[in-house]
Design a binder for this molecule. Structure first.
Ligand code: CTP
Length: 412
């Protein structure tokens, strides 16, 4: 497929190098047209090297090839990223001052804009009108992602992640012009990793959770267009880009963060391994071994069940009526019952909408890259199996969550 990739003059231009990579690795022939302003952020040499094609932004280069007409005509798809306020305005008013705007006027195939700008610019009446005009003419304008912007500010205006733009572009050429990412406009809160319960300033009770599953879920939700809040307990993997990260240590800290974040979330996923118990007392000083005294005994007290409280908070709130609460269960079978029977009982006990069930042994699941799960639904649909890498399993879970949100009526 022939793709024209227009690059606008915003700092997010550097992220478009990854988008170009996704296109070329999928076998597409990409011609990059950077605006003059964008070359202040990323030089043309980068685009030539990564695309393997000559790069120009002038209608006066290679005039004999009539590029200002040819590129738009021949393109199966035109993608503009970052689509700045300036570029959206030029496209909406049909200006043709450079090679990119000429190409947009000559485009025969689908056109996708991936905006990036400061929140006030995105929300300005002028930009709103330009976006509406472009959409009314059949162009696809993605919603920008929400989160940290270039300065200290944050809000809607971040360039959607390269993977998100790539998937939207592929959907567009498959004829889905009304395509919106399945979780566009949704907020998803995900807890990940293992909590640590302090005993004294240097010791804690912890668990084997690596955080890989929660991070893979955060990436899958982000790629599905969601605004993602990751509540990160102890993790062995880094938090992904493009999600808001809040660090927590103990079950009590996670509880507070989860209940607050859930208040305005469409989905809450509790994939963290939460300690069921914590030491009744935390010593201010390091507990010493003394030969003259008996071995210390640690008394534990029960931690609150965060998942259950999230369900209670949702059920008590009118605003939370459509919220989906998803739990995880690490189960082993025994002589009393099999894994699914235990999981089914846990689903009913905790009251969450979906329960993702892992079958565990000591060598399974924790820290592993692959996984097999069963998704149980309180509404009673058939158990759904998903297996593969943690990325594949996470994508299946996020697809199921999107389906529940978009096609199943709100819960009572
Ligand atoms: N969970 C929670 N708060 C806790 C313990 C667990 O929110 N204090 C959440 C986990 O994040 C997970 C789900 O509950 O989504 C199931 O956790 P699991 O440890 O399997 O269940 P338990 O309630 O501990 O049940 P049991 O130990 O009896 O199997």
């Amino acid at each position: 497929m022939r793709i024209v990739l227009g690059v606008g003059g915003g700092i997010a231009a550097y992220k478009v190098a990854s988008l170009l990579r996704l296109f070329t690795e999928a076998g597409h022939d990409v011609t990059v047209i950077p605006t003059e302003a964008s070359t202040r952020f990323v030089g043309t040499a980068t685009w030539e090297a990564l695309s393997g094609n000559p790069v120009s932004n002038s209608v006066f280069d290679d005039v004999h090839l009539v590029n200002h007409v040819r590129l738009g005509h021949e393109a199966d798809l035109v993608v503009v990223a970052p689509a700045t306020a300036d570029l959206l305005a030029k496209a909406a008013t049909g200006q043709a001052g450079d090679l990119l705007t000429n190409t947009l006027l000559m485009a025969h195939g689908p056109v996708l804009f991936a905006p990036a700008m400061h929140t006030e610019m995105w929300q300005h009446a002028a930009t709103r009108t330009n976006v509406e005009t472009l959409r009314a003419r059949g162009a696809t304008v993605l919603e920008p992602a929400s989160g940290r912007l270039t300065g200290a500010d944050s809000g809607p205006g971040r360039l959607p992640e390269p993977q998100v733009i790539f998937e939207a572009a592929m959907a567009l050429v498959q004829g889905r012009s009304d395509y919106q990412l399945p979780l566009a406009g949704r907020t998803v809160t995900i807890s990940a990793g293992g909590t640590r319960e302090p005993l004294d300033p240097v010791r804690f009770l912890g668990n084997r959770s690596s955080g890989k599953q929660g991070v893979a879920l955060a990436i899958a939700a982000r790629n599905a267009g969601a605004t993602v809040r990751l509540l990160a307990a102890h993790m062995e993997v880094p938090a992904p880009a493009g999600v808001d990260v809040q660090r927590v240590e103990t079950a009590l800290e996670l509880r507070e963060a989860a209940l607050a974040a859930a208040a305005d979330s469409d989905v809450v996923i509790m994939s963290a391994a939460v300690a069921d118990f914590r030491p009744a007392e935390v010593s201010d000083t390091k507990i010493k071994k003394r030969d003259d005294t008996a071995d210390p005994v640690i008394t534990l007290v029960r931690n609150p069940d965060i998942l259950q409280e999230l369900v209670e908070q949702r059920n008590a709130s009118r605003a939370g009526a459509g919220q989906l609460v998803v739990g995880f269960a690490a189960e082993t079978g025994d002589s009393q019952g099999d894994v699914l029977a235990y999981a089914e009982a846990k689903l009913q006990r905790k009251g969450c909408d979906l329960l993702v069930v892992n079958h565990v042994g000591t060598d399974k699941v924790f820290g592993q890259d692959s996984n097999a799960v069963v998704i149980l639904s309180r509404a009673g649909s058939e158990p759904q199996e998903a297996s593969g890498t943690k990325t594949e399993v996470s994508e299946a879970i996020i697809r199921r969550i999107s389906f529940e949100l978009n096609h199943v009526s709100p819960r009572a």
